[in-house]
Design a binder for this molecule. Structure first.
Ligand code: F2R
Ligand code: MG
Ligand code: MG
Length: 309
């Protein structure tokens, strides 16, 4: 069984690797990926080219850094971490780009988050970056849900954007708590904690299905309610094999860096770093906040978790 530290590493690196595998294919329809890829070949990554992560992982790094600094989600610390790490070329969502640029120029996130998109964003940005919250509070599911909501609120004010983040963080926490994946307990816990009607419906439905049949049912696009349950299903359909979970995610088409990043974070948390093919881990970019930094960040997060436990 992987150690807790291996699971922390597996989660952060599993997200980054999957994000990098999916990134070149983001926005393409599934049939084109099938013809030009296919997903099976994409996850083999025979070229060995450097895997560049995107906004999903860059923002997850910000969440981990903020947790290490404050020991909880302090929303002002978090937004400043996002701003400090922000590199627009990493492929940010339009709303996120506008919000982070405005905060960098002195704007107040509490006002901007309500006004940039009508009713606040329901993009999957709150969920794609939340995995470190699931790691850090995995011993206490109520706390996971609460801190995940706080982490989403700085950029995503819409209830669906917030609920997506809560559920993804809970999926990471449950995946780390289960030594053997148990689908009915996993999904009934998520269903019981969903707060919005849409996610309640999706999680009630998936409980009646084989996760493999559910992957194609709930969407593959930039919105939280069209990607979070799909990514969770990709993990649940392959709880013992990281590459297969990522293959399912990339095979869906459209927002595939994000589907893969979310599935990769859950799978890595469950299986640990030892189960992520090393040829993929070594292919990950290793500049300032690349592979080595992600490994150190996972260790620091784990150390801080133990201090506060
Ligand atoms: N944005 C992208 N990819 C497209 C462009 C990348 C391209 N390859 C490049 O090189 O530039 N990817 C990233 O964005 C997603 C996460 O987005 P996030 O952080 O949630 O941003 P945002 O802007 O808040 O929401 C995303 C879109 O959802 C729609 N939307 C959200 N709330 C809405 C509302 N209230 N009303 C109407 N529409 C709403 C909008 O279209 C937003 O732009 C990830 O895929 C990440 O990888
Ligand atoms: Mg991205
Ligand atoms: Mg994306």
């Amino acid at each position: 069984m992987p150690s807790l530290l291996d699971r922390f590493r597996g989660c952060l690196l599993g997200q980054a690797v999957a994000d990098g595998l999916g990134a070149p294919w983001e926005g393409l329809p599934a049939d084109l990926i099938f013809v030009k890829g296919p997903a099976e070949k994409i996850v083999q990554h025979a070229s060995g080219e450097v895997l560049q992560y995107t906004d999903d992982t860059q923002m997850a790094i910000g969440v981990a850094e903020a947790l290490i600094k404050a020991g909880r989600i302090d929303q002002d610390v978090l937004i400043q971490a996002f701003v400090a790490n922000y590199e627009p070329d990493r492929g940010y969502g339009q709303g996120a780009r506008r919000l982070l640029s405005a905060v960098a120029e002195g704007g107040d996130w509490r006002e901007l988050v309500q006004s940039i998109l009508p009713g606040g964003s329901f993009g999957n940005g709150g969920a794609m970056r939340v995995a470190p919250v699931g790691l850090f509070f995995h011993n206490d599911l109520d706390r996971v849900a609460h801190e995940a909501a706080l982490s989403a609120e700085v950029t995503h004010a819409h209830p669906l954007g917030i609920d997506g983040a809560r559920l993804l963080a809970l999926a990471v926490a449950l995946a780390i708590r289960q030594s053997e994946f148990e689908a009915s307990m996993f999904f009934s816990e998520l269903h019981a904690r969903a707060e919005t009607e849409e996610f309640q419906w999706q999680l009630a439905t998936i409980q009646k299905l084989d996760p493999l049949d559910a992957i194609g049912m709930f969407g593959n696009s930039l919105e939280a309610h069209r990607s979070v349950v799909t990514a969770i299903a990709c993990f649940a359909a392959s709880p013992r094999d990281y590459s297969t979970a990522i293959r399912y995610a990339i095979g869906q088409g459209d927002d595939v860096d994000t589907l893969a990043a979310m599935a990769g974070a859950i799978s890595g948390a469950h299986l640990g770093i030892g189960q992520i093919p090393s040829r993929l881990v070594v292919a990950l970019e290793n500049d300032e906040k690349g592979r080595d930094y992600l490994g150190q960040l996972a260790s620091q997060l784990h150390e801080r978790f133990q201090e506060l436990a």
